[in-house]
Ligand binder design. Structure first.
Ligand SMILES: C[S@@+](CC[C@H](N)C(=O)[O-])C[C@H]1O[C@@H](n2cnc3c(N)ncnc32)[C@H](O)[C@@H]1O
Length: 282
């Protein structure tokens, strides 16, 4: 089922069953969640500062979801940004966000449906490739890495902001998160994620930071869920439909919140080396 997010065509007739049948990414696009990378704007600022991006740079975001990171990069660095996501409804929602932005940003940003496994751009195109949680959603990680590498210019940067487990989580927690997002997630720690990029030897690790994440209180989660139900495009829906949205969103956040007890996020920047480097001893 397709939803016309731009003019809310389908919203008046939407049913609880249709909401229950949405995938996770379709659902968060439908409720218009500002799906941020871990660490939000602070992470984006660090990525831009540590990759020396300027207004002449070309940036690609993979797994752009509802567009937050791509838009923020263009707002801060005034550079051209392409956001790609494999889910059409997420791209439609990011285009709607873009259409609300000022003309200068509209000229800089483009959102497209596409896959990180087959990036629709030639070799050596981008100065920076930004990947938030998308690598966790991709089973064939090796193919994704080769694509990240292929489209980067020599000496270009790849930023990877990934969730990792600082403590081995109970199997039920991992199963519940996998069921919510519809993908079997790996319960990797930060070093296992880093190894994925290092054993590949295509990339040089340029920056590696680990940060802890904190679960939120039940009251804070309730307020957050109710905030969505008050959004203009949702508040006038029939009560049974709003109850379904409320139930699904609360259940999703509760599962994520339990997961947060074991989670941190890593901010990693890799560089595509054009030449090998002599070993460094001290
Ligand atoms: C956790 S969200 C990313 C949210 C946010 N952009 C971030 O930085 O964390 C992961 C996104 O990756 C997308 N995705 C999954 N597989 C993909 C693929 N093969 N190519 C492009 N995007 C993909 C999903 O549709 C989803 O929107």
């Amino acid at each position: 089922m397709k939803y016309d997010y731009s003019n809310n065509l389908m919203l008046d007739n939407i049913t609880s069953t249709q909401i229950e049948n949405m995938t996770y990414v379709e659902f968060i696009s439908f409720i218009r969640e500002t799906n941020r990378c871990p660490g939000g704007k602070n992470t984006i600022r660090k990525i831009l500062q540590n990759t020396f991006i300027n207004s002449a740079s070309k940036v690609l975001e993979l797994g752009s979801n509802t567009g937050f990171t791509s838009l923020e990069i263009a707002r801060v660095a005034k550079c051209h940004v392409v956001g790609i996501d494999v889910v059409e409804s997420a791209v439609i929602e990011s285009c709607r966000e873009l259409s609300n932005d000022v003309p200068d940003i509209q000229k800089l940003v483009k959102f497209e449906v596409g896959s990180a496994l087959n990036i629709p751009y030639p070799d050596n195109t981008f100065d920076l490739v930004v990947v938030g949680g998308a690598t966790s959603f991709i089973e064939n990680k090796q193919q994704a890495l080769e694509e990240y590498y292929r489209v980067l210019r020599p000496w270009g940067f790849l930023s990877v902001t990934n969730l990792y487990y600082h403590e081995v989580p109970p199997e039920t927690v991992v199963q519940n998160v996998s069921a919510i997002i519809g993908i079997k997630i790996e319960s990797w720690n930060a070093e296992q994620w880093l190894e994925l990029f290092n054993t590949n030897t295509l990339f040089e690790t340029y920056l590696f930071e680990k940060h802890r994440l904190n679960p939120q209180s039940s009251e804070r989660i309730s307020e957050y869920v109710e905030y969505f139900l008050k959004k203009d495009h949702l508040c006038s829906l029939p009560t049974d439909v709003k109850n379904t949205i409320r139930r699904r969103w609360r259940q999703t956040i509760d599962v994520f919140n339990e997961n947060h007890k074991y989670l941190g996020f890593m901010l990693t920047i890799f560089r595509k080396r054009a030449l090998p480097e002599e070993p460094e001893l001290f």
